[in-house]
Design a protein around this ligand. Sequence first.
Ligand SMILES: [Zn+2]
Length: 181
Amino acid sequence: MVFSLSFLRLVDSSILVPVSGRAKISRMSVGCNTWPNGQSYSISQVYKKLLPEVVPPYWSTFIWTRSVVPKHRFILWLAMLKRLPTCARLFHIGISDSDACVICGNAAETQDHIFGSCTYAIGCFSAVMQWLQIPYRTVGLDTLCRWIRNGYKASQWRKHVLLVAVAATVYMIWQVRNKGY
Ligand SMILES: [Zn+2]
């Protein structure tokens, strides 16, 4: 869609643009005065210019692979975003009575605990690593995924196999947690 420059000057100075994902709103000029001469003014280009520059996380393309079972991929994606409804989150917003880990009960059930320092998670990941004959002692999901992507010196196929196993382990840990909740 192409608009004339005179029309866009009318709306130029008063467009509200969200600065971040939160409720922060700021005034920002569309920048009609800096638009290159001779170029048609298209709404899609203005829209792209208004969007804040977003650097995708390292795992954004890494975990969205067809090798991983879709339901495992989805839970892994939520885990990487730290959006799973753990007891610590539910307690924080007043839904749960306690923030204790449902599986071990020894610490607050945060995302880092349930897939990192929880004794059950350590046991699961250790067993999977031993089964795959990979000498890695997990210290957390994020660190493990970074290691698979950058530190694990192996073929792409072996990396995919490991990612599939990690995604399945995360899914099963979350299933066990949900059964105990
Ligand atoms: Zn625990």
